[in-house]
Design a protein around this ligand. Structure first.
Ligand code: GLC
Length: 660
């Protein structure tokens, strides 16, 4: 059952798609003061799940999280905010219930941080809607919540293939080299990403025609080989006379305004930019139509970036900072001045004060950005999604975004942002998955191999062994870091085998994804969701259940030749070196040390279950669905969901087959 409690006059975020009549009663479980504060006493064994894309473990107890969409490339343990705000939690214990705090500004979740036994939730304003969801168990609560917020985005099937990305592919030649590198190594590949370098001076919806003289031809050539090119689109629009997007935006008042009514100026990759007012329906429609510049030449996928929105600096703050620095330059910088100096420079980027300085035009009313900040990225992806529904009504377009709020899951996926080539970030990504699924984000994954810092060969291999299970499976690295394409490494053979294993699992992964999307379920779950009465399952936060048949327990430690795995029931362990070279062993319920050499993938099939596997192919369109065989226990069945992978409404071509 879902009950809604309304305080003051909340902003309509459009996160929920069902209209629930607000309750007259006072909110249960929490003590609410009507000023945006909600307090709850936590019993020693209560677990708090959720918060989507937040750092730390699956159980969120023991930290203070600030939901404020933030361009934060340092996903350290002490981070408080990342790119998305997903204010949904489940408190699990003597009383189990879900709570969604639908508030688009800054929210703080102190979950046993100030005081271990207390949870204190604070919204910056008293205008907030809260939904309390009760049900049979965690899975039932999630199902009801997901129904409330609407069906998750389903990408085209080709988006389940492997993708290669790099910030720093400068021209057509670099793209061709990547494609040839993969094809020569015999490694499947479905997409290559175009980062900001394809644009002319980082201007959205332009193509640098010196470096990419014929993007249409390149796109067609790649597609003939099963490879989709996926360009990036950034939120900020470069200020430049004669640039159509800038000029149209200015003349139609489609950009966010400053307090004086002028167009607000921030700086991102192109230097000074204006930010499209994605909360204004007319501006949203206008920006969305621009994607046609690229779809008209054959592009069918996009990633939307810098849409928190990221602001490197604003003119005013930069001027103040420079004048302060000038003063400091003449003196002898002591410790205080030195820290002030470094603090001021570091404080230019993403300064929270800058978000108070601009406004959205919402139905003629000027709304301060900070009060609706967390909705910006969601409405950028919405702008693209809604436009493409009209431009390409016959097919699904791939979209994923960096920034999001609950509701954005209807328009696209998200990737988990600028992680680092660190071992701990394999685990971090894994721990975000169930919480993201709870919030509706099914099409997600991390930058495989790590984005920032130099990667290592063993890290890439282990990362592949984890992300080959995630719907979004993309290798991405930052400019200036070590080359990270798989064919660069001496273990290319083993890496290629991991990709082939991914392709052999696509019938299963795609089927489980469809089930999760169509039935409002989670594709990735903590063990405790399926084994709620099992103490050791409640404590396990580095293994996940995948769909109804698998459990994954990736190795995420340097030089480890195995790991401890907990089996909440008897399972079949599969040890795979190649898709067709593997052995299996039935292991009893309990704790096991499982060996896994660097080039071996180990995963588990749940008791009395089996999964479909197919022959790998160079790209998803070449998968032979008649080659399906089964892996797992004998004498059981599997329900396969399959559609044509491209029609906007999967139900139009959905086939549900009972395999045995
Ligand atoms: C941001 C994105 C990253 C991208 C870079 C350059 O940092 O998160 O993925 O490569 O910008 O566009």
């Amino acid at each position: 059952m879902i009950k809604k409690y309304v305080y003051g006059n909340p902003f309509s975020t459009e996160a929920a798609v069902e209209n629930i009549i607000p309750s007259e009663d006072s909110i249960p479980y929490f003590e609410a003061d009507g000023q945006g504060n909600f307090t709850l006493t936590l019993a020693e064994n209560d677990i708090v799940y959720g918060l989507g894309e937040q750092i730390r473990g699956i159980n969120k107890r023991g930290w203070e999280y600030v939901n404020w969409n933030y361009d934060n490339p340092n996903h350290h343990e002490d981070a408080r905010s990342l790119y998305g705000s997903h204010n949904f939690i489940i408190i699990s214990g003597a009383e189990t219930f879900g709570a969604f705090f639908d508030y688009p500004g800054k929210m703080t979740f102190d979950i046993g941080y100030t005081k271990r036994s207390e949870m204190h939730i604070h919204a910056e304003s008293s205008d907030i809607a809260v939904y309390i969801i009760t049900g049979e168990d965690e899975k039932d609560i999630v199902k009801q919540f997901r129904k409330l917020i609407g069906r998750s985005y389903i990408p085209p099937m080709w988006a389940f293939g492997y993708g290669q990305s790099r910030w720093g592919y400068k021209d057509e030649k670099d793209i061709r080299n990547a494609a040839e590198g993969y094809r020569a190594a015999g490694i499947p590949l479905d997409s290559i990403y175009l980062d900001i370098d394809y644009m002319e001076n980082y201007k959205d919806f332009t193509v640098d025609n010196k470096r990419f003289p014929d993007l249409k031809k390149l796109t067609a050539e790649m597609k003939a080989d099963g490879i989709h090119l996926v360009p990036i689109i950034d939120a900020g629009v470069k200020i430049e006379e004669g640039y159509d997007v800038y000029e149209e935006g200015v003349s139609n008042n489609y950009f966010c305004k400053n307090a004086e009514g002028g167009d607000f100026v921030g700086a991102v990759w192109p230097g000074k930019v204006h930010f499209p007012d994605f909360l204004n329906p007319a501006a949203r429609e206008w920006f969305g139509k621009k994607y046609e510049v690229l779809t008209s030449i054959g592009i069918d996928g996009f990633w939307n970036d810098m849409n928190e929105p990221a602001i490197f600096y604003t003119e005013d703050r930069l001027a103040d900072t420079l004048s302060e620095i000038e003063k400091l330059a003449s003196g002898n910088m002591g410790i205080d001045e030195y820290f002030r100096f470094t603090g001021m420079v570091a404080g230019l980027n993403g300064n929270i004060g800058d978000y108070d300085k601009f406004y959205h035009n919402i139905n003629g009313e000027m709304v301060n950005h900070s009060t609706v900040h967390n909705l910006y990225g969601m409405n950028m992806t919405r702008s693209a999604f809604e436009a493409l529904e009209k431009i390409e009504p016959e097919k699904r377009t791939l979209f994923f975004s960096r920034s999001s709020y609950i509701g954005a899951h209807r328009y696209g996926g998200i990737w988990q942002g600028d992680n680092k080539s660190w071992w701990s970030h394999i685990l971090q990504s894994m721990q975000q998955l169930p919480a993201l699924n709870m919030a509706g984000f099914l099409f997600t994954g991390s930058d495989t191999g790590g984005f920032g810092c130099d990667t290592t060969e063993d890290l890439v291999l282990r990362w592949l062994q984890y992300s080959l299970f995630t719907p979004l499976f993309r290798n991405h690295a930052a400019e200036g870091t070590r080359d990270q394409e798989l064919y660069r490494f001496s273990t290319v053979q083993a890496m290629g085998e991991m990709i082939k294993i991914r392709y052999s699992l696509i019938p299963y992964l795609y089927s489980e994804f469809l089930k999760a999307a169509l039935n409002n379920e989670m594709m990735f779950r903590p063990l405790s969701f399926d084994f709620p009465n099992d103490e050791d399952s409640l404590n396990t936060d580095d293994q996940l259940l995948l769909g109804n048949e698998l459990m994954i327990a990736p190795v995420y430690k340097q030089n480890a030749k195995g790991r401890c795995v907990y089996l909440p029931e008897e399972m079949m362990m599969v040890r795979m070196r190649k898709h067709d070279d593997f052995d299996t062993e039935i292991l009893p319920r309990g704790h096991h040390y499982v060996r896994a050499e660097l080039e071996e993938l180990v995963f588990f099939i749940r008791s009395k279950k089996m999964i479909p596997v197919c022959k790998p192919a160079n790209s998803t369109d070449k998968i032979d669905w008649n080659s399906i065989t089964y892996l797992g226990y004998a004498d059981c069945t599997y329900t396969l969901y399959k559609d044509n992978g491209i029609s906007p409404n999967p139900e139009d071509s959905l086939e549900i087959t009972e395999l045995r």
